[in-house]
Design a protein around this ligand. Sequence first.
Ligand code: ADP
Length: 468
Amino acid sequence: MRRMRLKTILTLIFALMVALTVLMVSICSGIFINRQFEEYVKESQQRAASELAESIGSNYEETHGGFNIDYVHGMGMYALREGFIIRLYDKDMNPLWDAENHDMERCHEVMDGIMLRMKEKKPELKGEFVTYSYDLKSGEKLNGVLEISYYTPFYLNENEFQFIQALNRILAIVGIVSTVLAAFLGLVIAARITSPISGVITATRKISEGDYNVRVDVSPKVQETYELSDAVNTMAGTLKEQEYLRKQMTADIAHELRTPVTNISSYIEMMIEDIMEPTRDRLKSCYDELLRLSGLITDLERLETAESKEIVLEKEDINLYSLSESILQGFSKGLHDKKITSRLEGYEVHVLADKGRIGQVVSNLLSNAIKYTDENGSINILVEKDMNNAVLVVEDTGIGISKEDQMRVFERFYRTDKSRTRKTGGAGIGLTITKAIVQAHGGTIRCESEPGEGSKFIVTLPLDDNKS
Ligand code: ADP
């Protein structure tokens, strides 16, 4: 299917709308002006006829008892040129002066000229010569009767026709010029609207080819195109970040796997070659490395399930306080080894949740708190509730997390200090899993921390409506 460009469509719409508007205005104003003009001409002709009658009537001389025929003749010939054919009678209807009798040829020439022109140029008028009669009186006394024949309803002389034609031509020119101008303006406006879209198209094509560094110019003045460009830029940024994380994840997994695998294979190799005795300690060391490997694989699996949308929760009523208490007990050896003091505060709060998974949340936060707190530190767990949620806070006096890292610790494989990994053993997955579980329960997790002073992880979970 042949698709039209947005630019063409917008230009056409714009030009068409202006052309239609101008056309409508031209036609309406054309009709209106023409009509007004014709009305004006009609009235002028009627007025001219009355004035003619008045002028000849006022020429009646009482003393001589008659009209000045020379004057009537002059007026008659003048009127003839203007398209009026006059006939003067005395009060007994005896003809005194008749234009047709006087100069029949000229009269017919004028009448035919008018008739021909009007029939040709305004045939719709269906006009004809009509005779009007005017009583010429002084006071109540009738002095005579003047008959004036002229083309009715009105007629236009050559100048007037030219005026009308010029007017219509001007309106047509205005219409054409405005349409061309509108098309041009439409083109400019359409280009302004569509050029950012073209930019977005080019950018998204590049993005689909894997070039995430491309950015669209976000200066367009139109709000929607601005938002579109901005959204594409954000998308490119996110994709770049995702790609980085994906690469990082592959590198991290490879790195995490390499050390235990190398250790195990070199141990076994040396044992096979009889370079080293397979003592209990050496086998234990291999076993520990294997445990590390299997732990990592479990982490990866958990991450996969926790992040997959179909995470299945086996919800039951759980007492968050007792759950935290029993998990804390499970960590007593780790706490004791690092001489960390711990305290559980708060009260019983019930949530409808998957016990195993919420246990994993508490356990992850607690194990991190121990991992990142130096000897003689302290860890506090608080279980309480606010208006709608159960609140679990795990607070430590450990190394803390910088402001910029606080947002990112929940990302996959994100570690604030990469070199520390081997010592602490974390792969940067724990908090990702924790967040995914909390969100699957409709809760939230956030981190507050001051580097060097300690960290606070705050989890909210919807309350169990039946118990709280
Ligand atoms: P890891 O297995 O590395 O601990 P996590 O996802 O649990 O992975 O944590 C991600 C990173 O967040 C950690 O590597 C660490 O740098 C930081 N972090 C998590 N918890 C704490 C904490 N309580 N104190 C300081 N840093 C922490």
